[in-house]
Design a protein around this ligand. Structure first.
Ligand code: SAJ
Length: 425
């Protein structure tokens, strides 16, 4: 096997394509976005990820990678296109994965390896994708083998996780399992586990669901802690000293295109999915709670608020499904004035991103919505004179409370009772 085509050059497809190219394969990366294709062929990555730029330069110099708008003949195809999500029906929209199948179908023969990495509901490969190829006149097991190999790398650390994380390969037969193992073991240093296609699909979705349910527990505990006047951050830290307890962190909600979406893929069958749905509901309600805290501490209506962080999590520039978007929407619905500061996100389609001083000028309350490292180092003494009222809500527990209080701020930490004394006497 020599030639590999990677369809979809986004967060997962691009690093994958480059790593495969660096491991001795001839790789064509395919994206329907002309701009991305042009940038990559000029050596510019549209992703801000550690290690990507240098890897891209290497594979361009060696001639093992180029980007195109259409796929071409290859021994293996890796599909890493997005799986959009219909907000109303809570169903996965497989149109891009189906379209990728159509695009590669003219080239498939002699058991060509088709590897799907995009997240899809359990059973979708056999129920939806194989039939797309068979309707095009191809035969599974003869012209192609469809393998499911979920991506598991964490945005902000993609390249390293793609190399060092274990991989799961779900294959319909030993031939395709071995072929996929050979391809992935060229750049993966973690273990490679072989299973069935459907089990691999399930693994991907339950990994993210596990995290969603755990975060929902942390968020529910945060609300209880505020009610019974304790500090949940301290309680979780102490509870996690137990050797079999590992509760995640509460916050303003769950964002991103993975954990906030994938659990719904488990909720469409006939089996009950009460816990999974409850977790989604709890996490989706957290922005309402942040708004409720603003109302508790700000004595002016309508207030001006400054939201710090539009990204869905710290130190990334991705704001898809970010809880900050919902906080802004809820605030604006009530007639509040909202300004947004995010030094990591370069631009958004929806909101102007302001400089720090502009964002806080005449503000009544700062909401720390994202755990960007830079926010921990902000000097509150410089901000206080610019504000109309000095309130700050830390939804991520990243501020030095005493520093902000010394600068004259009323500081409120999500998950910490408002009437709680600072220290034990
Ligand atoms: N979050 C919390 N509390 C926590 C951890 C996270 O509120 O203790 C929030 C984050 O702020 C963010 C959201 O959850 O809004 C999701 O962030 P994340 O860092 O947990 O995960 P993602 O969405 O960036 O990446 C996940 C990862 N999955 C798992 O860790 C099981 C990654 O490995 C997957 O590759 C990725 O989903 C994916 O593509 O599916």
């Amino acid at each position: 096997m020599k030639r590999v085509c990677v369809l979809g050059l986004g967060h997962i497809g691009l690093p994958t394509a480059i790593l495969v190219a660096q491991s001795g394969y001839q790789v064509v990366g395919v994206d329907t976005d002309e701009n991305i294709v042009r940038m990559l062929n000029n050596g510019i990555s549209h992703l801000q990820e550690a290690g990507i730029d240098i890897l891209l330069e290497n594979v361009r110099n060696s001639g093992s990678f180029c980007a195109k708008k259409e796929p071409e003949e290859a021994d293996a195809y890796i599909i890493a296109v997005p799986t959009p999500f219909d907000e109303d029906s809570k169903q996965a929209d497989l149109r891009w994965v189906r379209s990728a199948m159509h695009m590669i179908s003219p080239f498939l023969r002699d058991c060509a390896l088709v590897i799907v990495e995009s997240t899809i509901p359990p059973g979708a490969s056999e129920r939806v994708l194989v039939p797309v190829l068979e309707t095009a006149g191809l035969k599974s097991g003869k012209d192609f083998n469809l393998v499911y190999c979920p991506e598991r790398a964490m945005p902000s650390n993609l390249v390293s996780e793609m190399v060092y994380n274990d991989r799961i390969i779900g294959a319909p037969n030993k031939t395709s399992a071995n072929a996929a193992r050979t391809l992935y073991s060229s750049f993966v240093k973690g273990a490679i586990h072989i299973t069935t296609v459907r089990t691999a699909e399930m693994c991907k979705v339950i990994e993210n669901t596990y995290r969603d349910v755990n975060i929902a527990l942390a968020n529910e505990l945060a609300l209880i802690a505020e009610d019974v006047q304790i500090d949940i951050w301290q309680a979780i830290e102490l509870a996690n000293k137990h050797p079999r307890v590992n509760i995640l962190r509460p916050g303003p909600g769950v964002g991103g295109h993975c954990i906030a979406v994938d659990p719904w893929f488990l909720c469409t069958g006939n089996a009950p999915s009460d816990l999974v749905r409850a977790a989604r509901t709890i996490n989706d309600r957290m922005p309402d709670h942040v708004i409720a805290i603003v109302k508790q501490i700000v004595n002016i209506d309508p207030p001006n608020i400054a939201v710090f962080g539009i990204a869905y999590k710290g130190n990334v520039d991705d704001y898809r499904q970010s809880p900050s978007l919902r906080i802004i929407e809820l605030a604006e619905d009530q007639g509040w004035s909202v300004k947004v500061y995010d030094p990591i996100v370069k631009k958004t389609r929806d909101y102007p991103l302001l400089k720090l001083e502009e964002a806080v000028r005449d503000s009544d309350c700062i909401i720390i919505a994202t755990d960007h490292d830079v926010f921990s180092n902000i000097n509150p003494t410089a901000l206080a004179p610019l504000m109309r009222h000095t309130n700050v809500i830390d939804t991520r527990n990243i501020l030095d409370k005493e520093k902000w209080q010394k600068a004259g701020f009323t500081h409120r930490l999500l998950g910490r009772g408002a009437k709680l004394a600072n220290e034990i006497s």
